[in-house]
Design a protein around this ligand. Structure first.
Ligand code: G3P
Ligand code: CA
Length: 252
């Protein structure tokens, strides 16, 4: 099937809502995703982990402790059990009743309305996640599903690329990675379309090198307007931010 992505317009920086509009609503919930849509973000960024029964749940941490009223490892709960926990009240009581979503339900609800930047967390710890995610994306695959899969784990990305080469991939690069060289970029360009580094690693030279190697750059995570202005001045393609409205409200 054919995949297409919203093109960056001239002078437009792609607004990626980090875990949804997570500056305003509990991360990785429908409330945060709805708000990102209202703010006219271009992408929803979200994190996936596998449940005990092999489903893909949308949650950042390995445990449910920080973002729900429960406690324990995601992988030790079935989805039926996970959805009993409240994933909104920790942020503000007005969000109580939010649940940990399933990836398939997020894709179903927002397909055609926005692009998706799906981060696979710790794939090495999640046996079978390559096949599971590929199956989900193939089942949902049509012209209205615009997906980029990203991970810090390049071995996972390479494997995913060999299983489902039609899906665009992003390499996440953490603060501790150190200098990103031409050699790294050459290696990544064999399977990836996006290089998404920690904002502290971004320099005008790095942006130039990424563009020269035919890829795009969408750094993470901008949390104030200064971050956004600083990254835009370096000509990044998109910005992963908790406050997508800071980008979408900028004068055209
Ligand atoms: O999208 C990039 C960013 O989400 C990676 O870090 O910890 O927020 O998942 P983290
Ligand atoms: Ca993430």
């Amino acid at each position: 099937y054919k995949i297409f992505h919203f093109q960056k317009e001239p002078n437009k920086t792609i607004a990626v809502a980090h875990r949804g509009a997570s500056g305003y609503a509990p991360e990785n919930t429908f409330a945060a995703f709805d708000l990102a849509i209202d703010m006219k973000a271009d992408y929803l960024e979200l994190d996936v982990r596998m449940t005990k029964d092999g489903l893909l749940a949308v949650i950042h941490d390995e445990t449910i402790d920080r973002t729900t009223n429960g406690s324990g490892l995601v992988k030790n709960f079935t989805y039926e059990e996970l959805k009993q926990f409240d994933a909104g009240a920790w942020f503000h009581r007005k969000f109580s009743g939010e649940k940990i979503p399933l990836l398939c339900d997020v894709l179903k609800k927002y397909r055609g309305k926005i692009n998706f930047l799906i981060e696979v967390k710790e794939p090495k710890k999640q046996f079978g996640i390559v096949e599971r995610l590929a199956k989900e994306l193939i089942e949902k695959g049509d012209q209205q599903l615009n997906v980029v899969v990203q991970s810090f784990d390049t071995a996972f990305l390479q494997e995913f690329h060999s299983v489902l080469p039609s899906i665009s991939l992003g390499v996440l690069i953490g603060y501790r990675h150190g200098a990103i060289t031409e050699e790294h970029l050459q290696q990544y360009a064999a399977f990836a379309t996006y290089i998404n580094p920690n904002k502290a690693l971004v320099t005008p030279k790095l942006v130039y090198m990424i563009h020269q190697s035919g890829m795009k750059i969408m750094p993470y995570t901008a949390r104030d307007i200064h971050d956004i202005q600083h990254l835009m001045a370096m000509n990044v393609d998109g910005i992963i931010t908790d406050y997508p409205d800071y980008l979408t409200n900028l004068p055209k």
